[in-house]
Design a protein around this ligand. Structure first.
Ligand SMILES: Nc1nc2c(c(=O)[nH]1)N[C@@H](CN(C=O)c1ccc(C(=O)N[C@@H](CCC(=O)O)C(=O)O)cc1)CN2
Length: 299
């Protein structure tokens, strides 16, 4: 029997723990964790994600501020806002929603966030801490941290002897995911568009993680029987069967075909996606504890 991994349930349990931690911090210090979310432009998907983040922050008992800047915002204006948030002691976490409009340099913006407030875990200091195994002072990128909780729900914390393949090498997901799997003792391969034979690499993987942004790329004959498959793709494709102009959401994995082969599989929607926002809340409460000089909770 294949286990369909329930990301909504896993995310709800992280949110419950975050809310408890936020309540304890407020009782102890009189201060709530604070999250600032910055949105530039009017991309509808980004608007939805940012609204969910702000709503979830409030539900967790945080103070939450959303800054919405126009599509024409300059690099200087955006970086001035980040500098203001860096200096604000009531703000523990600063998140700039991605992607930014093309005229803006995302990397410069991300690197201008103070590492201790970088709740997206994308600053080079946090990427470096992850790479060198410093889990005590760094912040880990939200989607890989959430995907790792799903992997742990199947295999536990020690992945010794297991082969893992991460397809995708982005800074936001592929690279940190590979680091997390490695830190848990898996034997890790990163596959990408220039890899010679992705299906063969995939068939060798006990843990197969797909994050390429190509709808249903991973087919059933790529999956090692019994493997754990984690789908990070979020692709909206045409669904004429639902009516003209309608769409549906699919992952990078052909779900119905792959599910019977896999031992466990995360669906899209309802898999890794909900964990992204839950782990953002976890990183914010961790940043708030550290700002107060208190040992941070672990998730
Ligand atoms: N600064 C950041 N920007 C972006 C990130 C990020 O982690 N930090 N990740 C993505 C978007 N994202 C959060 O920002 C995100 C994507 C998907 C989901 C989610 O819950 N998806 C649902 C389906 C939602 C739908 O119906 O459209 C699911 O998979 O079940 C949450 C957050 C890019 N930008």
């Amino acid at each position: 029997m294949t286990t369909v991994i329930d990301g909504k349930k896993a995310a709800a349990s992280v949110i419950e723990a975050v809310t408890r931690a936020a309540t304890d911090l407020e009782k102890d210090t009189g201060r709530r964790p604070g999250l600032a979310v910055v949105l530039v432009g009017t991309d509808p998907a980004s608007q939805t994600y940012v609204a969910s983040k702000s709503r979830m922050a409030k539900e967790c008992g945080f103070t939450s501020v959303q800054h919405t800047l126009s599509e024409e915002t300059t690099q200087e204006a955006l970086m001035a806002l980040v500098a203001e948030l860096n200096a604000d002691p009531s703000v523990d976490g600063v998140l700039v929603q991605l992607p930014l409009p093309k005229h803006l340099d995302s990397e410069k913006v991300i690197q201008s966030i103070l590492p201790e407030k970088d709740v997206d875990g994308l600053h080079v200091v946090n990427a470096g801490k992850l790479a060198t195994g410093d889990s005590e002072t760094g912040l880990v990128s939200c989607t890989p941290a959430g995907a790792m909780i799903l992997v742990r729900s199947i295999h536990g914390r020690d992945l010794s002897g297991l082969n893992a393949l991460v397809i995708g090498r982005s800074n936001l997901f592929g690279k940190p995911m590979a680091q997390l799997l490695l830190a848990a003792n898996a034997t890790v391969t990163i596959g990408h568009s220039r890899s010679r034979d992705l299906p063969a690499l995939a068939r060798n993987a006990d843990i197969l993680v797909a994050a390429v942004g190509r709808p249903e790329m991973v087919k059933a004959d790529w999956v090692k029987p019994g493997a754990t498959v984690i789908d990070v793709g979020i692709n909206r494709i045409a669904a004429p069967e639902r009516g003209e102009g309608r769409t549906r959401l699919v992952g990078d994995v052909a779900f119905p075909e792959c599910a019977p082969v896999a031992g466990a599989i995360s669906p899209v929607p309802g898999g890794v996606g909900p964990m992204t926002i839950a782990m953002l809340m976890a990183n914010t409460v961790i940043a708030a504890y550290r700002a107060e000089g208190k040992p941070a909770p672990k998730f």
